[in-house]
Structure formats: structure tokens, C-alpha cells
Write a protein that binds this ligand. Structure first.
Ligand SMILES: [Cu+2]
Length: 471
């Protein structure tokens, strides 16, 4: 496997992307070189080579931005620019991001660090960066028009403040937010504690990722920025299953998951096989008295949650958003429910009129995962992913936590599928099926009606929207 540095493309001041802007070369000479990342792989943790030591995070399908130490100040250079993000193998999106990727690189610093961030705008419109959750001077908060003028195209602005409290933060534009965030502009920020903090445990593995949603029509490349609620791609760090890397840990590791939500809806994030505690929010570490075990934590819009668990069960554990529509990829809407409808012969008749017509879902929608359905170019399959037992039938916000005894400390590589010990996998029963025994009370309500009414079967239909027909 390549080392981290092999993936980095160090650009000179005169060559490459930044020289094309109107920033003068004299001014640029004082800037740290922007570091670009072109691959959507999960990079190994970036071990600090100066400043206070800390235990670095791993950004899922992402990376941490290197810095330059300048007279005791950590200097970073973010470049806001259009990017091409591979959201899943075979599916690329034209997004906006930072330093070659959406989301932008994770910024990691230590409590008490003075931080200087150069932000170069290579977009066609104003931008700015808001440092979500940070304590900082008001003029560094990044709200265009309120705290600063917008950064014009081609210009570089400087933000400088002390990372005053440890925790998990995010960054995103506060200029034309609806467009710029719908296009993928966001990033993660971790401030590690300076000293041992009684509310911040040391962990063996520390993962972070951002929840994002996009509306990209099948066969197209660019998100529809006017969409408010009806998104069709639900992403972790702008990747969708099966494009999201697994989270690979060693048996008995203490694991921290930092999840930030920059979509327009809440996501109940669910981990199989373990219980976790919520150890931190945007506001800081949670008091110990508030901690309890959960297997699902709802993360609201604009929130961040730190989830911690002991990886004490070996296996391949699903880890996903519990909204089932968020573990699917783009599909047409307005599909009627066809479960229980017999389509025998219908498709072949329609095929004479419409060659690619197919009937969806008479036995449920899982058929869709195995059908050879013609997809437009650059479209992610709706529900897919091959597991050791066949199609996983998932998309969107889904990944796997792989817990292994033989995963070496510090090794984040994929160990492959779990080898289940004999006799520990659900199996088929091959005896005869007895008639079900029925309870005497079956079908009775606690307060039976006096007069029996006629039996009516009800067809449940979702309302078409609006309140027509309600009185
Ligand atoms: Cu969700």
C-alpha cells in the first residue's frame, strides 16, 4: 500500500491550479502551498510532525490537511473550487469543494493552537467559511455581509483564531449557502484536547464523516441546487454505498465515531451488534451523568455527535442511517406499490411498445438489485453491493464496521469478509412446517364493538400532497 505522501500532489506556486487566479505572485509567495487530494480513498491518519502530539482521526473516504508551522502558528490553505467527486465506483458527480475533493479535507489542531487559514476562492461567485461551533472573534465567524465581505472570485482571505475548546466541529460557506452546500462545500474540524480531559477518553480508533445529500438526476452529473427536501442521494463524505469504505477495527478497540449532519433532514444513525454512548456534541463533551447506552442516535440538521463503543464482538456489523429511503440510491419517484400484483405476461406485452420497460417490485423491491436493468451512463445502482452471501441490496448511507482479532493496531486496511465460526450463521430449516397454533383471543380488541360491522379491506394510499379532501 502506498504511503499517504504518495497520494498528495504538492503544487508549486507558479504551476497548477492556484496560479490561474488573480492573486498576485508576491502575495502567493507568503501562502502555504495548497495540498490537493484527487482520490476518494480513506487516507491513513496524518501523524503530527510538529506542535503538540495527539491521536489523529481517520476521515472516512477522506483525508486530513497538512499544515505549515510559522512562528508557532499553524497555517492551512483551503482552496474553494469545482471538483469531480467519485461518489461510488462508476458514478462521478460535478460538485464544489475544497482542495480537490468534496467534502474538503479535515482540519486537526490541538486546544490552544493559534490557527491561520488562508482561503482562496476559485469559484465563480463570492464565498466565505463559517467555523461551525468554534469560539472565536466575531469578525472571524465567516457570515458574509455580517462579519466580513464575501471573498470575491480569485481572492484569498485569511482567518486567524485560537482553537479555544476541544471537540468536533465543521466548516462550510456562509455565502449563497443553499447553492454552495447543495454543491458539496463542507469539511470536518477536530480540536484535540491539550491535556488529559476527564470527559474525553483516549480511543484506539477515531473516525469522522459528514452526512450530505444531493439531488442528481440519473445520467447527469450536477446536483439540482433548488431541491429543498426531495434529495435522491444520501451520502457519507460525498460517497454512497457501496462506495463508502468499511470502518476496520481491532477486536476490543475503543472506537469513536464523529458524525456531522449538513443535510436538510435528521438521520437516525444505527450500529449493529454493539451499544455506544454519546460522548460529545457540537457544544463539547457530554457530562458523564447524561451518558446512556444506545444503538441508534438521531442526528438533527446542523448537529454533530460523538459516538463511542467497545468493539467486543467480532464480525461484519452493518452501520447505517435507519431511514430506509436513505439506504437507497437514485430512483424515479412516484412508483406505485406493486407488491402482491401479478404481472405475469404484462412486461412482455409492454416491451413490444416500450423496449426497456420493466415491472418493478411485485415481490418487493429487492428484485431490483439483481435485475439486469439498463441504467443511463453515470448512474449509481439503486440498491446494490455484493456481500459474502449475495446482494446486500443497499445504497446511500450504509457501511460496515469490521471487527477482527487479527487486525493490527494502526492498520486500517480492509480485512475482507468475516469468516463465521461453524454453526454461527442463520440456516435453512428443512423439516415440515406445522400449522400455526392460534391463540383463542386472536383478533379481539380489548373493547369489542357491540354490533359486528361488515368486514372492509382497506387500500392504504399516501396522500397526494396538500390538504385537499381533509376537512
Ligand atoms: Cu438518513
Amino acid at each position: 500500500m502506498n504511503t499517504r505522501r504518495n497520494f498528495f500532489k504538492w503544487l508549486g506556486v507558479a504551476g497548477g491550479a492556484v496560479a490561474a487566479t488573480s492573486v498576485s505572485k508576491v502575495a502567493m509567495a507568503a501562502l502555504p502551498e495548497p495540498v490537493l487530494q484527487t482520490k476518494p480513498d480513506t487516507m491513513p491518519p496524518l501523524l503530527p510532525n510538529n506542535g503538540r502530539p495527539y491521536n489523529p482521526v481517520v476521515t472516512l473516504n477522506g483525508w486530513t490537511l497538512p499544515w505549515r508551522m510559522n512562528n508557532g502558528v499553524k497555517e492551512f490553505h483551503l482552496v474553494a473550487e469545482p471538483v469531480v467527486r467519485e461518489m461510488a465506483p462508476g458514478f462521478k458527480a460535478h460538485l464544489w469543494g475544497y482542495n480537490g475533493q468534496s467534502p474538503g479535507p479535515t482540519i486537526e489542531v490541538v486546544e490552544g493552537d493559534r490557527v491561520r487559514i488562508f482561503v482562496t476562492n476559485k469559484l465563480g461567485e463570492l464565498t466565505s467559511i463559517h467555523w461551525h461551533g468554534q469560539r472565536l472573534p466575531n469578525g472571524m465567524d465567516g457570515v458574509t455581509g455580517l462579519n466580513q465581505p464575501g471573498i470575491p472570485p480569485g481572492k484569498t482571505f485569511v482567518y486567524e483564531f485560537v482553537a479555544r475548546r476541544p471537540g468536533t466541529f465543521m466548516y462550510h460557506p456562509h455565502a449563497d449557502e443553499m447553492v454552495q452546500m447543495a454543491m458539496g462545500m463542507m469539511g470536518f474540524w477536530v480540536t484535540h484536547p491539550k491535556n488529559r480531559n476527564p470527559l474525553i477518553d483516549e480511543v484506539d480508533r477515531d473516525f469522522c464523516f459528514l452526512l450530505a445529500s444531493y439531488d442528481i438526476d440519473p445520467g447527469s452529473y450536477t446536483p439540482k441546487i433548488m431541491t429543498m427536501l426531495d434529495f435522491n442521494l444520501w451520502a457519507w463524505n460525498s460517497r454512497i454505498f457501496p462506495g463508502i469504505d468499511s470502518l476496520n477495527v481491532r477486536h476490543m478497540d475503543k472506537v469513536r465515531l464523529r458524525v456531522g449532519n449538513l443535510t436538510m433532514t435528521n438521520h437516525p444513525i444505527h450500529l449493529h451488534g454493539h451499544e455506544f454512548q454519546v460522548t460529545g456534541t457540537d457544544g463539547g463533551p457530554t457530562p458523564k451523568s447524561t451518558r446512556r447506552y444506545e444503538v441508534t442516535e438521531d442526528i438533527a440538521v446542523g448537529q454533530m455527535r460523538q459516538l463511542e463503543f467497545l468493539a467486543d464482538e467480532e464480525g461484519d456489523w452493518a452501520f447505517h442511517c435507519h431511514k430506509s429511503h436513505h439506504t437507497m440510491n437514485a430512483m424515479g419517484h412516484d412508483v406505485p406499490t406493486m407488491i402482491g400484483v401479478d404481472h405475469t405476461g404484462v412486461a412482455s406485452k409492454i416491451n413490444k411498445l416500450i423496449p426497456d420497460y420493466m415491472v418493478m417490485g411485485e415481490r418487493g423491491m429487492k428484485d431490483m438489485t439483481e435485475m439486469e436493468m439498463p441504467l443511463p451512463d453515470n448512474t449509481a445502482a439503486m440498491m446494490t453491493g455484493q456481500g459474502p452471501f449475495g446482494s446486500v441490496g443497499m445504497g446511500g448511507m450504509f457501511s460496515v464496521v469490521k471487527v477482527r482479532r487479527d487486525q493490527k493496531p494502526g492498520d486500517y486496511s480492509d480485512p475482507g469478509w468475516f469468516k463465521h465460526p461453524p454453526g454461527t450463521v442463520a440456516y435453512e430449516f428443512t423439516g415440515s412446517l406445522p400449522d400455526p397454533a392460534r391463540f383463542k383471543s386472536e383478533g379481539r380488541s380489548a373493547m369489542p364493538v357491540a354490533k359486528p360491522t361488515a368486514q372492509v379491506e382497506v387500500q392504504i394510499r399516501k396522500p397526494p400532497g396538500g390538504h385537499a379532501g381533509h376537512h
